[in-house]
Design a protein. Sequence first.
Length: 135
Amino acid sequence: QYFYGLRLSDPAHIKKDDIDFDNREIFISRGGIVPSTTVYPLVDEIKKEIIRVSVHLVRQGTTEGTYLFPCAKNTTEVDQPIARFTANSSFDDIWKTAMLPGELSYSDVLRMSRRKHLEEEGIPSSMISYLLDGN
């Protein structure tokens, strides 16, 4: 989430077909008023994490469906991404384990931190908006 400056819901909706290992690209689609897709480089750290998640899902027997992070509960819709509530709960658990202060305990803090770090590196604001917002 931090590396690409994503919202918590963005990685939750990554489909397996959105990852192109051959060309080392990952496609992040965003909904909203004007839907968009941004292509990011598939860096080694992210590639390793995707493989780790995939191996974990295979061990659990959860290989069906199109989403990289599938919904863990039985729903009427078989192929659903992880629920936002589940993603938020996981984020909260990680935050508590890291013992970070309460004022930093919301998921967009990583996104805002990435924006700030890119600004400090001298990246133009138009490029930051494209990278983080897809526009």
